[in-house]
Design a protein around this ligand. Structure first.
Ligand code: BG6
Length: 484
């Protein structure tokens, strides 16, 4: 069952001149259009504090599309459907937005014969969520709309609760889409099919076969160009409680009763989030800060902000009890990668003593996604010697593959009202509850690490006895002893 797309849509993009709108949201909307996935009748209304007119916003849009792979030949046609409303929007002062929205709705009604779906996309910092949400309620704009909140939806358990009660007073839950673009990644979605459509994998997706799961997202990015944001958030809040927890929920969820039913998928992901054990900062978390971070303009000379986090998370479900999920991410590291690795338990047959490495199932979720298997094999030759090999499948190469970007995929879901890749307030509350110990009391001090490295060595103990599998990539397998 695929939920149908609406015939007509108005997208109201708050924060339309900001970095996220330019780099992600507007290119994603145009990607949908280019692929024929945009409802045929549409309008885009950009809203931001900047004092621009429609022509000025068209310049912003052109720059955005230019930076993201190309301005379409029929750009004028896009501009003709795009409006801009400058100034603030709040309960006290709606500015020109209600008028612009009502005009767009009647134009679309006239051309399509139906009432358009209205989508409010809040591509703004979390501090601005309450003001806009109150405004939408106060000016009667919320009814029937879909509303998208960027991450982070709250910056602590308390601010999450405050925001959530305001959102609940304004919208019903089925209208709300709390976006986390990692769930829109092709490779993260590939986990479903790997598990549920392949006997070879589904049967070993639990604590009986899996010894450890690693979710490893090192980044070689600097943070110098977004230091204000970074000093206020840090790696753990920016990446761990959000993207990495969501990836864990995707791996750890139980089997939905119907994969085609968005609600059943959402429920399973949400319920596994509620099985996350609160982090134990002293035993299970290592924070880091790259050397030179404190010298960046805008950073306090004694900043204790984390630019790296590694954490061991326990998922107390029947399926995963006792299996550590080891999560790692950081800035200015050796390389950029996005990798899930299931480290399999050794086989208990006659060769169990001699295999040099564990079997692995690896899912690379950057770009179109890639799947690797790490296998013990017989090294060809006269002796019975074991070796180790890695086989890969690039999902970009499979027949019929046409990868879609995470934002385009998720915005398409918003249009169709499909919330399977979004999270309810219960799921996010559980994520914040598991994260909460790290904000209080014994948050460990960040340890220094060299730029271009793999983070503080203290984080290595979390992965014992296997080590970080990503770092072993490319290293030569040591053949085992002759087996006979
Ligand atoms: C963002 C974080 O949400 O995701 C960034 O704020 C991070 O710090 C980025 O670098 C990673 O996303 P991707 O998918 O573009 O690599």
């Amino acid at each position: 069952m695929t939920t149908p797309r609406p015939t007509a849509v108005v997208v109201v993009l708050f924060g339309a001149t900001g970095d996220l709108a330019r780099r992600m949201v507007m290119p994603a909307l145009m990607e949908l259009r280019a692929r024929g996935l945009m409802p045929p009748h549409w309008r885009l209304i950009g809203s931001a504090a900047d004092d621009l007119d429609d022509a000025g916003f068209a310049v912003v849009l052109r720059e955005s599309l230019g930076g993201a792979g190309g301005v379409p030949d029929d750009f004028d046609e896009i501009v003709a459907r795009t409006r801009y409303v400058g100034g603030l929007f709040s309960a006290g002062d709606p500015g020109r937005l209600p008028v612009a929205l009502s005009r767009a709705r009647s134009e679309l009604h006239e051309s399509s014969g139906v009432d358009p779906l209205v989508v409010f996309f809040l591509a703004v910092p979390p501090l601005a969520f309450p003001t806009i949400t109150e405004g939408l309620g106060a000016h009667g704009l919320a009814a029937g709309a879909h509303v998208v909140f960027e991450k982070p939806y709250g910056t602590s358990l308390e601010s999450f609760e405050e925001l959530d009660s305001l959102v609940k007073r304004t919208f019903t839950e089925s209208q709300v889409f709390r976006i986390d673009h990692f769930l829109g990644k092709e490779g993260v979605q590939a986990i479903y099919t790997l598990r549920f459509a392949n006997k070879a994998f589904g049967t070993l997706w639990d604590r009986h076969s899996v010894a450890q799961v690693q979710v490893d997202v090192p980044e070689d990015l600097n943070v110098a160009n977004r230091i204000g944001f970074y000093e206020a958030t840090g790696a753990a809040l920016d990446m761990l409680v959000t993207h990495l927890f969501q990836v864990v929920s995707q791996i750890a969820m139980d089997t939905p009763y119907d994969l085609d039913d968005p609600h059943s998928v959402l429920l399973e992901r949400d319920s596994v989030l509620q099985r996350f054990r609160p982090l134990d900062p002293a035993r299970d978390v290592v924070l880091g800060q790259f050397t030179g971070y404190r010298d960046l303009p805008g950073v306090a000379p004694d900043s204790q902000q984390d630019t790296f986090v590694a954490a061991r998370l326990w998922v107390d479900s029947d399926r995963w009890r006792g299996v550590p999920f080891i999560l790692r991410t950081g800035k200015m590291m050796a390389r950029k990668a996005q990798r899930v690795t299931l480290v399999l338990r050794p086989d208990d047959g006659p060769l169990r003593q001699v295999a040099s490495r564990p079997n692995t199932i690896e899912i690379d979720f950057a770009g179109a996604g890639e799947i690797f298997l790490g296998l013990t094999v017989k090294a060809p030759g006269p002796e019975m010697r074991l070796s180790w090999g890695r086989a890969g499948l690039d999902l970009d190469d499979v027949p019929g593959g046409e990868p879609i970007s995470p934002y385009a995929s998720l915005i398409d879901d918003v249009f169709r009202g499909d919330r399977s890749l979004f999270t309810t307030e219960a799921g996010l509350r559980a994520a914040f509850q598991a994260f909460e110990p790290l904000r209080h009391g014994d948050r460990p001090a960040p340890l220094p690490y060299e730029q271009g490295g793999w983070g503080p060595v203290e984080a290595n103990r979390l992965t014992a006895p296997y080590g970080w599998i990503l770092q072993q990539e490319g290293s030569v397998a040591i053949p085992g002893q002759p087996a006979r």
